[in-house]
Design a protein around this ligand. Structure first.
Ligand SMILES: Nc1ncnc2c1ncn2[C@@H]1O[C@H](COP(=O)(O)OP(=O)(O)OP(=O)(O)O)[C@@H](O)[C@H]1O
Ligand SMILES: [Mg+2]
Length: 391
C-alpha cells in the first residue's frame, strides 16, 4: 500500500509542463492526502492559469501514481485567475493567452529585411532577459529556420501539439518546419487563416513575455487573421530608405492603424554601408529618411541598420550577428532597438492593464544573459562619416 511519502516521491518524477523541473522541485506540491488505499488528493499551487497545463498535470500525475497502485488522483489546484481577454487589435480574441505580448513585424514590400530584423531583435530581447519566441508566419517563404540554424530539424510532437525549437535562447516555430517545401505556394484566404491560427493554438508555446511574429510581405490575409486571433501588442515596420520614397512602407503603417495596432517603431534597414575593410559607414540610399515617416505616424525609429555583409552571412549560416558578433556595429544597434521596443511593449501593456494577464513565469528563463553587451550597446554612437577605405 502506497504511503504519502511514496506518493511524494513519485510526484518528483512529474515535470511541470514545458519545463525540465518537477512539480516537487518547483515547490508546487503543497500537500498530499490519502483517501483510501487506491485514491489520494494532491494539493497543488501552480503559476499558470492555462487549462492545458491543468489537463497535462492531471494526465501525468494519474499515470505516474497508477504505477504505485493509486488509481484515483484528484487534483486540488490553486492557480492564478484566468487572464482577461483583451485586445489592442480589432477582435478582442486571444487564442494564445499564455503569451503576454505579440509583436508583429511587417513591411509593405518583400526583401527589405523583416526576417533578419525579427531574428536579431528577438535574440537581443532574450539577451536582455525577456522570455522570447519567434513565430515565422511567412507561409510563402519561411526562412526563419535557416536564419536560426534550425534547417532540417524534426519537429517534436507532444500529444497533438508541436513543440517549438529553441535556438539562441529563443523559442521558434515556423511554417517551414511543418510542411514540405513549396507546399504553401497556392494558399489563399481560408487556408492562410487556418495555418496562422494553428501556429498559435497548436504549438506548445510556453509562457512568453514577447512572441515576435515574422509576417509575409504586404498587408493581406495573414496580417488580418493575426490581428483577429490575438491581441497584437504592437507592430514593427521594417523598411529601407529607398522604399520610403516609394510609399511602400506607408502601406504597412496604415495597416497597423486600421487594425488598431499601436506602432512601436520603424527599423530603417540597409540604411548605409559599413565597409568590411575599414569599418567606416557611408550613405547609399539616403540614411535617415525614416525620421520624417516616423514623425508622420507619431512613432519612433528603433534603429538604422547598415548594409553589413556579416548580417547576410549570419542569416545564411544560421549564426545571427547580434548573438555571434555582439561587438559589431549592427549587433549594438539591434540591442538598442530591442531595448526601445521592450520599453514600448511595457508601456502599451501597462496602459492596456495587461500586467495581470499572465501568471508569474516559472524560472525557465532564456539561456543567454549579456547585461554587459546591453549596456555597451547603449553607449554605441552612430558614425555618419563617409567610407575612408582605400580599397
Ligand atoms: N542590413 C543588412 N545587411 C546586409 N544584408 C541584409 C541586411 N538585412 C537583410 N539582409 C539580407 O537581405 C536579404 C533579405 O532579407 P530578409 O530575408 O530578412 O528580408 P524579408 O523582408 O524577410 O524578405 P521576404 O519579404 O522575402 O520575407 C537576406 O539575404 C538578408 O540576409
Ligand atoms: Mg522574410
Amino acid at each position: 500500500m502506497a504511503t504519502v511519502a511514496d506518493i511524494k516521491e513519485e510526484l518528483g518524477k512529474v515535470l511541470y509542463p514545458g519545463f525540465q523541473k518537477s512539480i516537487i522541485e518547483f515547490g508546487f506540491v503543497k500537500d498530499v492526502e490519502l483517501v483510501d488505499n487506491e485514491s489520494c488528493v494532491v494539493h497543488l499551487d501552480i503559476t499558470s492559469s492555462a487549462s492545458e497545463v491543468e489537463q497535462q498535470l492531471q494526465r501525468d500525475i494519474s499515470s505516474t501514481l497508477a504505477a504505485i497502485g493509486i488509481t484515483t488522483a484528484t487534483l486540488n489546484l490553486k492557480k492564478p485567475e484566468a487572464p482577461k481577454q483583451q485586445s489592442n487589435s480589432v477582435s478582442g480574441s486571444n487564442i494564445a493567452p499564455q503569451i503576454k505580448n505579440f509583436v508583429m513585424v511587417s513591411s509593405g514590400k518583400g526583401g527589405v529585411g523583416k526576417s533578419t530584423t525579427t531574428v536579431n531583435l528577438a535574440i537581443a530581447a532574450a539577451m536582455q532577459g525577456k522570455k522570447v519566441g519567434i513565430l515565422d508566419a511567412d507561409i510563402y517563404g519561411p526562412n526563419i529556420p535557416r536564419m536560426m540554424g534550425l534547417q532540417g530539424q524534426e519537429v517534436a510532437v507532444v500529444g497533438n501539439k508541436a513543440k517549438p525549437f529553441n535556438a539562441y535562447g529563443v523559442d521558434v516555430m515556423s511554417m517551414g518546419s511543418l510542411m514540405e517545401e513549396g507546399q504553401a505556394l497556392i494558399w489563399r484566404g481560408a487556408m492562410i487563416m487556418k495555418a496562422i491560427q494553428q501556429l498559435l493554438r497548436d504549438i506548445l508555446w510556453e509562457e512568453l513575455d514577447i512572441l515576435f511574429i515574422d509576417m509575409p510581405p504586404g498587408t493581406g490575409d495573414a496580417q488580418l487573421t493575426l490581428a483577429q486571433s490575438v491581441p497584437v501588442t504592437c507592430g514593427v515596420n521594417v523598411t529601407t530608405p529607398q522604399h520610403v520614397a516609394l510609399d511602400d512602407s506607408k502601406r504597412s503603417l496604415d495597416m497597423f492603424a486600421k487594425l488598431h495596432i499601436p506602432i512601436a517603431g520603424i527599423v530603417e534597414n540597409m540604411s548605409g554601408f559599413i565597409c568590411p575593410e575599414c569599418k567606416t559607414e557611408s550613405d547609399i540610399f539616403g540614411m535617415g529618411t525614416c525620421d520624417a515617416l516616423a514623425d508622420q505616424y507619431n512613432t519612433q525609429v528603433l534603429g538604422n541598420l547598415p548594409i553589413e555583409p556579416a548580417i547576410r552571412e549570419g542569416g545564411d549560416s544560421g549564426k545571427p550577428i547580434v548573438y555571434c558578433d555582439p561587438e559589431s556595429v549592427s549587433a549594438k544597434r539591434y540591442m538598442i532597438a530591442a531595448s526601445k521596443l521592450i520599453a514600448y511593449v511595457d508601456e502599451v501593456s501597462d496602459k492596456a492593464e495587461n500586467a495581470s494577464i499572465q501568471p508569474t513565469t516559472p524560472p525557465g528563463v532564456s539561456a543567454c544573459s549579456t547585461a554587459g553587451a546591453a549596456s555597451s550597446a547603449q553607449t554605441e554612437q552612430k558614425s555618419h562619416s563617409g567610407c575612408g577605405c582605400g580599397n
